[in-house]
Design a protein around this ligand. Structure first.
Ligand SMILES: OC[C@H]1O[C@@](CO)(OC[C@@]2(O[C@H]3O[C@H](CO)[C@@H](O)[C@H](O)[C@H]3O)O[C@H](CO)[C@@H](O)[C@@H]2O)[C@@H](O)[C@@H]1O
Length: 544
């Protein structure tokens, strides 16, 4: 065994009391630490993401049913705040529906710095003039409402002339609003869900909206479009390999969630890259892109603003195909980690480079304590010598790993199952594990979350095996390619970032007796194929 323990910190104190146990009691052995979960009740889409520049505080609202652990009416906007985008405090409910048979459905938040709406006076700091734009759902209609806050996003007053936008439809929802500098107008993208249209509206004041265009029947349709979003990105500069881009330095991404009927099964989030001129969005190419190739990443929404001008977003880390059966209690569903999105030139294959949205997880390591780190470098693995690493007992169940490996494509035959497999083995029951691996002939990464005794895992729609077609991070020579994967396993959510986030796969998993990982094992199915450049695993926990 060739790993080395680099550091051993905190192990004595961790066994005594973890912050999660103190906060929630024993109910939450599988409650994630750095993925937000409501303290009780049901949660789905992220809503109203914005950054309060005055308080330096991030606000995150979410579809919330506090009365049950399944989706149901009345539906509210729950609320959480964070200083570091890693740990969140749940706040009081922010927006309520008007009756028990209705819902405050998904929507977004803007900061109305210049008081275009007229809702504010000098008593509200311009940086805190928060206006929510959301869908009011009743049995008869879906229409767009606005509500404003004069206390920094904690309580909201409904505009007395709501709705601000209605088209006599029951399938018209999820407005995402941004400010467009060039036209000095607010722009809304909103789903005419079952017409497969993303409608674009403009407004000078958030109250009066003009229909500008529809983006329709593009990409995967599924059953319906939901939760659109429009974000502006900076195009990376042309590099020495001759990658060319448009003369514009900006590029726009239109995000559209589809549910049900996504190609991954259930619900997922796609995006298109193109141009936006203030009234119309046009795609550069007819290809659609999927922002996360896993099963648990839906209804992505990006923050209205951020301190560095970058695009940050959160998704709902579940899937409508099985969300109501997920074995957590007294809450259901988690948010994804916050991700920073940037545009990159992505080598789709040896001949073609394309623009791609790269995802980087945002984790504030200052809010975490670190346990043991195991590290392993420059070894060719063989079948007789796997890496076995026992994690510290009763740790908090948050681990991170980095794995960089080279594949010698000349060292296996067509009929060989040439795999490098990383097993994350349950602490309470070592028969339970997640298998993560790469197979040489398929040149694909795979995730197998089916080795569990939790009955829910047998739900066929949970899809225990998922694969990601994986590009090398570099071609070392004509036979040898290098790949990278960064993983964060947080109690019951595994986020995998391939090649520094060029591709991502987010998937939940469930073990009996809580979701602590007790052992990590890295092994190969065939000799002399895999060279481990780096393999590092570390355990982490929240600072109290
Ligand atoms: O909370 C409403 C918001 O959620 C969104 C997207 O996640 O709409 C989801 C939607 O349907 C789901 O919930 C249903 C109720 O459990 C379920 O039966 C269905 O299979 C799910 O897809 O919720 C509403 C109400 O049922 C339905 O119109 C949506 O498809 C978002 O669009 C909403 O704002």
């Amino acid at each position: 065994m060739k790993f080395s323990i680099i550091s051993t910190l905190l192990t004595a104190t961790l066994a005594v009391a973890s912050p999660i146990e103190l906060k929630y009691g024993n109910e939450s052995l599988n409650r994630p630490l750095v993925h937000f979960t409501p303290n009780h009740g049901w949660m789905n889409d992220p809503n109203g993401l914005w950054y309060d520049e005055k308080e330096e505080l991030w606000h995150y609202y979410f579809q919330y049913n506090p009365n049950d652990t399944v989706w149901g009416l009345p539906l509210y906007w729950g609320h959480a705040t964070s200083k570091n985008l890693t740990t969140w405090d749940q706040e009081k409910i922010a927006i309520e529906p008007l009756s028990d048979d209705s819902g405050a459905y998904s929507g977004s938040m803007v900061v109305d710095y210049n008081n275009t709406s007229g809702f504010f006076d000098n008593t509200t700091d311009p940086r805190q003039r928060a206006v929510a734009i959301w869908t009011y759902n009743t049995p008869d209609s879906e229409s767009q409402y606005i509500s404003y806050s004069t206390d920094g996003g904690y309580t909201f007053t409904n505009y007395d002339s709501n709705p601000v936008l209605t088209i006599n439809s029951t399938q018209f929802r999820d407005p995402k609003v941004m400010w467009h500098d060039e036209t000095q107008k607010w722009i809304m993208v909103v789903a005419k869900s079952q017409q497969f249209k993303i409608a674009i509206y403009s407004s000078p004041d958030l109250k009066n909206w003009t229909h500008e265009s529809d983006f329709t029947q593009e990409g995967y349709l599924g059953f319906q479009y939901e939760c659109p979003g429009l974000s502006r990105f900076t195009v990376p500069q042309t590099n020495e390999t001759g990658f060319t881009n448009s003369s514009s330095t900006d590029k726009w991404a239109l995000f559209i969630s589809i549910n049900p009927g996504s190609p991954q099964g259930g619900s997922s989030t796609q995006y298109f890259l193109g141009e936006f001129n203030g009234t119309h969005f046009t795609t550069d190419h007819s290809n659609t892109n999927v922002i996360d190739l896993g099963k648990d990443y839906y209804a992505l929404q990006n923050f209205f603003n951020s301190p560095d001008g970058s695009v940050y977003g959160i998704a709902w880390a579940s899937n409508w195909a099985y969300c109501n059966f997920v074995p957590t209690d007294p809450w259901r569903s988690s948010a994804s980690l916050v991700r920073k999105f940037t545009l990159e030139e992505f080598q789709a294959n040896p001949e073609t480079s394309i623009l791609n949205i790269k995802s980087t997880p945002v984790i504030d390591y200052d809010s975490l304590n670190f346990g043991e780190t195991s590290s392993y470098h420059n070894e060719t693995l063989d079948t007789e010598n796997p890496i076995n690493y026992d994690l510290a007992k009763n740790f908090d169940g948050l681990i991170e790993f980095n794995l960089t490996y080279r594949v010698n494509n000349s060292a296996f035959g067509k009929a060989d199952f040439a795999d490098l497999s990383l097993y994350l083995i349950g602490e309470a029951n070592s028969n339970e594990y997640i298998q993560l691996g790469f197979e040489g002939n398929a040149a694909s990464f795979f995730i197998d979350r089916g080795h569990s005794e939790v009955p829910f895992v047998q739900n066929p729609l949970f899809t225990d095996k998922i694969s990601v077609n994986n590009q090398p991070s570099q071609y070392i020579n004509s036979q040898v390619s290098e790949y990278k994967v960064h993983g964060i396993a947080d109690r019951n959510i595994l986020e995998l970032y391939f090649n520094d986030g060029s591709q991502v796969s987010t998937n939940t998993y469930f073990f009996t007796g809580g979701n602590f990982i007790g052992q990590v094992q890295l092994e190969v199915g065939i000799d002399d194929v895999f060279q481990i450049e780096e393999f590092e695993v570390r355990q982490m926990t929240l600072k109290i």
